[in-house]
Design a protein around this ligand. Structure first.
Ligand code: OAD
Length: 229
């Protein structure tokens, strides 16, 4: 089976009712990113950060995978599909995808604010001030904030290097190191980008753009991939 590597961003979950970050009406329009999604913001105002992610988690509990998440899961019948996602939702997993690597963490996880290896599955429950790990330290969301290390980036680069086909869906590709993954894709590998508002990708000489929302774009992609099995 050919290996299909897919890099996803918040745009793929937009049709599931979850907001993107930088589009008009996106999350960073109403929230100051450095206050709610940075380590310094956490030190300044822990309660605000917990509230922001508690709201995201509560919203996720009601969200369902859309046609794009489901389409990627179905492609496992014909391809060795590896998803690398910047998203902190669990909609790829809910759709049935079996190989999902999260670069920026996951909303349904908590971890100790002092000992990062102490991680807990919390489902959709809020993290409250005073909720502690087994060693008595405050819990925080298991999210990678600005200013923190993306520990899964090496694994993601290894996966990108092995792509037979590479697909990008719903990301503006402005946040590093995730955006740098495109430079690990082999030169000979066909690349497809699904986005209604095409991102600027200078390194992608061979990219074919599918200018559409993810749910519709995945159908176009499936048609193309039927000839590449
Ligand atoms: P952005 O908000 O930067 O980009 C969203 C992309 O999705 C844009 O290119 C949109 O055109 C596209 N888009 C919008 N609606 C879509 C749809 N229905 N179908 C397909 N594409 C659509 O979000 P990301 O690139 O995911 O990090 O942001 C990357 C990182 O920045 C996030 O993981 C987050 C954020 O700050 C952290 O919080 C650490």
């Amino acid at each position: 089976m050919k290996r299909l590597v897919v890099l996803t961003g918040s745009g793929i979950s937009s049709e599931s009712g979850l907001k993107t970050f930088r589009d008009a009406g996106g999350l960073w329009e109403d929230h100051d990113v450095m206050e709610v999604a940075s380590y310094d913001g956490w030190l300044r105002n822990r309660d605000l950060v917990l509230k922001f992610y508690n709201e995201r988690r509560a919203q996720l509990s009601a969200a369902l995978p859309n046609n794009a998440h489901k389409g990627l899961a179905e492609l496992e019948k014909h391809f060795d599909v590896r998803i690398i996602t910047q998203n902190v939702d669990n909609l790829h997993e809910k759709a049935g995808s079996s190989n999902v690597l999260h670069l920026h963490g996951i909303l349904t996880g908590a971890r100790c604010s002092e000992e990062p290896h102490l991680k807990y599955d919390i489902g959709y429950k809020p993290i409250l001030p005073g909720d502690k790990c087994e060693n008595g330290h405050q819990l925080r969301p298991d999210i990678v904030w600005f200013g923190e290390i993306v520990t899964t980036i090496g694994d993601a680069a290894d996966i990108a290097c092995t792509a037979d086909i590479f697909v990008v869906i719903g990301t503006s590709l402005v946040v590093y190191p995730a955006a740098g993954l495109i430079h690990y894709v082999p030169d000979t590998c066909p690349v497809y980008v699904i986005d209604p508002d095409l991102p600027d990708i200078p390194g992608f000489r061979n990219a074919e753009f599918i200018k559409a929302k993810a749910g519709e774009g995945i159908e176009v992609l499936k048609g193309i991939l039927a000839n590449l099995r």
